[in-house]
Design a binder for this molecule. Structure first.
Ligand SMILES: CC(C)(COP(=O)(O)OP(=O)(O)OC[C@H]1O[C@@H](n2cnc3c(N)ncnc32)[C@H](O)[C@@H]1OP(=O)(O)O)[C@@H](O)C(=O)NCCC(=O)NCCS
Length: 166
């Protein structure tokens, strides 16, 4: 599949909200995304079919996924990332994050950090495939939809120039 990664725009938000609602128990609302689009410390990206190929394959201009980050000093922090449920397992999240990290490295950022539910096996596998290491856990950080709490794993990836302490 030919795909392109671009900065998120306000015209993407309807499609983003559709994926968001299908992906998270407590989804962000429209205003949260609009706020991030105005936030100068935010980096928001979407991945969609390459428009050059759309005409040929008859695919609409739909969005496949998105990722939202904050930049702090020389670090990128992943806040949010999801792929449309019917498009998962097509390497879309991998390509999206890989493109985001290449941009971040070009911007001289050294590290990426993220938090993920200990039970989110698919996301953890994805992050490990992208070169993230588990560095710590926050006990009982997330509320479980079915009741009780679960840990957050904190993961880190070196982009470039960061020292290599682990
Ligand atoms: C996690 C998520 C983003 C993965 O998106 P995706 O486009 O399906 O992932 P990819 O196809 O790029 O997968 C890349 C790698 O991730 C891992 N992976 C992805 N989905 C997986 C699954 N269901 N089970 C096991 N491993 C999985 C695999 O290692 C995969 O590589 P492989 O196919 O060579 O084995 C997607 O499942 C999603 O949107 N989930 C809901 C939202 C969420 O949990 N976001 C992350 C927390 S913020």
């Amino acid at each position: 599949m030919a795909m392109i990664v671009q900065p998120m725009r306000s015209s993407d938000i309807d499609s983003v909200l559709e994926i968001e609602g299908a992906s998270f128990v407590t989804p962000w609302h429209r205003n949260a995304f609009l706020y991030e689009l105005e936030n100068r410390n935010a980096r928001n990206y979407i991945i969609r079919p390459d428009p050059v190929k759309i005409q040929n394959i008859g695919d609409g201009p739909r969005l496949y996924g998105y990722a939202c980050f904050h930049v702090a000093a020389n670090e990128l922090h992943l806040l949010k990332m999801a792929v449309a449920p019917d498009m998962r397992k097509n390497n879309i999240a991998f390509q999206l994050l890989d493109a985001c990290f290449r941009n971040a490295a070009a911007d001289d950022l050294d590290w990426v950090f993220l938090e993920v539910r200990r039970s989110n096996a698919s996301a953890i596998r994805l992050y490990e495939k992208l070169g993230f290491c588990r560095i710590a856990a926050r006990c009982d950080y997330y509320r479980r939809p079915e009741g009780g709490r679960e840990d957050a794993l904190i993961m880190r990836k070196t982009l470039k120039g960061g020292n290599t302490w682990q």
